[in-house]
Design a protein around this ligand. Structure first.
Ligand code: TXD
Length: 310
């Protein structure tokens, strides 16, 4: 398996490291900043003898190196600073993602695409416009990360390991995301039986602000360890044909009563990409929250379409 990672910044470089050191894929790292991808790739390659893997990693500014990629991971763009919402990145990252997608389409039009750059649900839509890829092969990473944050906060409160929490966070990657306490359990015990409503509410709120909390500590950038782990989890499900359900931003085609837009829903991932959009039962309140999140994504797409281009 060959993966091209576009953007050799915090998420991209960490993602590249996890992919080669986890023996999942050979990697080509590309960045617009001269020398950045080449230097980081060389450094990562020199760790191979110590970490003991035989994966190839190269980097550069040119897209030619992306030829033959099975998957491309797009992290190019700018990250949030304190006080910024993900939507504030729209004007800049929308342009960057469009340009990057055009470059990639020339060299690896058949590659599967995993979008990371924010605002996620909109950038995934923009890349899909450029690539014209069937929806099975283009997805955005957010739900996996938001779910991992939710699991972490629950584990901290309940006193278990994060992976013992069964949970799923749906919806857009932003304030309107939809954690689902009713469907959350810890080793089979319903979450709502384990903690009082006010504690659950606080965990849901902290999950919604999970990214901003980290931005407020770091001040100069946003989270990247957990985001890169969430990307690699998706790549692994595809590379190993795991048929595993991970919430991803995919184009809805009538599922959950929604059409056209990209939004986080449970997807079964395997070698062909999104094998199935899994429709779980949502009650009225949960469905309402998902539709409100969809509305927010639609408004952000409309804001992009109304922006002066050029
Ligand atoms: O859950 C999620 N989807 C996310 C998304 C979780 C974490 C970060 N999320 C978003 O990913 C974040 O809001 C940003 O939009 C991207 C990348 O975040 P990262 O923390 O990696 O940002 P960096 O460190 O600034 O790296 C971005 C790199 C940087 O090296 C730039 O030079 C490069 O992107 N860049 C480009 N590369 C190629 N081509 C172009 N045009 C380009 N423009 C910038």
């Amino acid at each position: 398996m060959k993966v091209t990672v576009v953007g050799a910044g915090n998420v991209g470089a960490t993602c590249a490291q996890r992919l080669v050191e986890g023996d999942l894929a050979d990697v080509y790292l590309v960045d617009v900043v001269e020398g950045l991808a080449r230097g980081k790739a060389l450094d990562l390659a020199q760790a191979a003898a110590l970490v003991r893997h035989a994966r190839r990693i190269e980097g550069g500014e040119e897209y030619a190196g992306a030829e033959g990629s099975d998957i491309v991971v797009i992290t190019a763009g700018i990250a949030r600073k304190p006080g910024m919402s993900r939507d504030d990145l729209l004007a800049i990252n929308g342009k960057i993602v469009t340009e990057v997608s055009e470059n990639l389409r020339r060299v690896c039009p058949e590659a599967m695409i995993i979008m990371i750059s924010n605002p996620l649900d909109v950038t995934t839509y923009l890349a899909a416009q450029v690539f014209g890829t069937p929806r099975e092969r283009i997805m955005g990473m957010a739900g996996g990360l938001d779910t991992a944050r939710y699991q972490t906060f629950i584990a901290g409160e309940v006193g278990c390991a994060p992976y013992e929490v069964e949970a799923m966070v749906l919806g857009g990657h932003g304030d309107s995301m939809v954690p689902l306490p009713r469907l959350t359990a810890v080793n089979g015990t319903p979450f709502e039986e384990l903690l009082p409503p006010e504690k659950i509410k606080a965990i849901v709120e902290r999950t919604r602000n999970g990214g901003a909390e980290i931005v407020s500590h770091l001040k100069t950038g946003s989270a990247f360890y957990a985001p890169s782990a969430a990307v690699v989890d998706m790549v692994q499900a595809v590379a190993r044909d795991e048929h595993r359900i991970i919430p991803c931003a995919v184009q809805l085609q009538g599922e959950y009563g929604l059409e056209g837009l990209f939004l986080g829903v449970p997807c079964r991932l395997g070698a062909s990409g999104v094998e199935e959009v899994v429709e779980i039962y949502l009650n009225e309140e949960e469905m309402g929250a998902l539709h409100a999140s969809a509305q927010h994504v639609r408004e952000t797409v409309a804001a992009w379409e109304n922006l002066p281009k050029g």
